[in-house]
Design a protein around this ligand. Sequence first.
Ligand SMILES: [Zn+2]
Length: 470
Amino acid sequence: MRHDYKNFSTQEINSPGKFRPEKAHLLLITAIAVGLTIGFSLMPNQAGANKKDTITEKQSNIESSLQPAKTQRIIESLSLPDEPQVNSLQLPLTRSADSAEDTSLNWKTVKVKSGDTMAQIFSRLGISASVLHQVINTDKSARKLANIRPGQNIRFQLDEQGALHQLVYQYDIANSLQIKKNSSGFDAETLTKSLDKRIAHSSANITHSLFLAGQSAGLSDNMTMHLANIFGWDIDFALDMRKGDHFTVIYEEIFLDDKKIRDGNILAAEFHNRGKTYRAIRYEDKNGQARYYSPDGMSMRKAFLRSPVEFSRISSRFSLGRKHPILNKIRAHKGVDYAASRGTPIKATGDGKIVFKGNKGGYGKTIIIKHGSAYSTLYAHMRSYNKRSRIGSRVKQGQVIGYIGSTGLATGPHLHFEFRVNGVHRNPLTVRLPKASPLPKKYRADFKTKAKSLVTQLDLIKTNTLASLQ
Ligand SMILES: [Zn+2]
C-alpha cells in the first residue's frame, strides 16, 4: 500500500490529453486572491475564447429568450416606493423637483461608527431617549435599528428645532426601514427596491482548470463551484478533468438599478467530461425545494459522491509551487489517491455507518463506512478523525469524517480511497453508482414542460456558441 508519487506523476503528467493544472494553478490562486480582495462580482467578464451572453428576459418567458442581441428589462416586483428613494450606494439623496416633501426640513446622514448604538447616535443628534424609545417601539420592523453595523448610513430628517421628523435606515442592498412622524407618534414602513432577474448563459472549454475556464467565461468562482457541485455525483472534478472538456451554463443574475449585485441560480447546465455529456435542470417544487434533475427527471444527486475530497482543496496544492504536481491517479492499486495538503477535510461519499475506525497497518489511521448491505468505502492515511466519527455512528453524505495526513505507509499527505461492492474492490472513478431517485410523479408533467425549454436553449447555445469556439 505504499504510494510512490514521484514515479507515477511523471508518467501521468506526460500522458497525452491529460489535464495539466500546475501552471494554471498559480494563476488561479492569484485570481482568487484578487477575487477575495475586490469581490467576486468584479471578475473579468469576457476573456479568451470563452463566451458569455446576457439575455434579459422574463423568467416565465424563457423560450423567447434565445436572441441574445435582444435585451428587455423586467421588473420582478413593483414595490419600489415613490418616496424617499434610497440610493443603493448610500449617497445623499437627490430629491426630485416634484417631491411633495417639506424642504424646510433638513436631512442629515449619519455613518455608523464602530461600537455605535442608536442611543449614542440619537444623543449625538440631540434627540431625546424617549423619542428613541418611541421609534424603536413603533413596530416590529423598527427593531432592525438594534442591529446597525459600522459603515452603514442612517438618514435623519429633523425640523428647525432639531426634532425628529423621519429616519431612513437602509439595512441591506434592496431594503430600507422608514420611520416617519405622524400626529400621535411614528409609523414604520419597509421600503423595498425592485430587483431585476436577468438570464445569462456562458460556455467554456477547459484548457487548464475548471476555475480558469469559469473565470474566462465570466462566471464568479462561487458560480463555478456551484456548477461543480451540481455535477459532483457524476464527475470527479479533483481527478477527472480533461483538456477538451467543456460546459454550458444558463443562470440568473440579479440586478439593482442596472448594476449586477449578485449571481442568481443556475437554471440549467451541461457538462461534457471525457466524452460523456451530462445535463442538469433546476426544478423548484411547490414547497420551494429546488433540486437538479437530468432532463428525463432523474435526480443529479446519487447515493455516492464521486470524490471524497473537495476538488478546490486538492487544486490548491499546486499553489505551493512544487516542481511536479502529485495529484494523479494510481491505477496499479485497489483504490484512488487524492493528494492534498495535510488537514484537508475528507468527506463520507455516501450515507452510512462507521464500521471501522483505527490503525490498520500500512493504511495508517483508517475509517471504513458501510452503506447498506452491498457497499462500503475506506479512507486511509488520515492525520486525524473528526470528533463525531465513532464506530457505529451514522454519517451523512458529505459529512467530514477526518482529515488528510500521511499515517501508515505514505510518502506524503494524501487520502487513499477504496470503494467496494459486495466486498470486491471497484474503481471509484468508474464504478456504476446506484441509480438516482427520480422526481416525484406529481411534479413530472410540470418539470417536463419547464425542462423542455431549457433543454432547447442548451441545444441552441451549444450549436451557436460552442461551434464558434472551435
Ligand atoms: Zn492508495
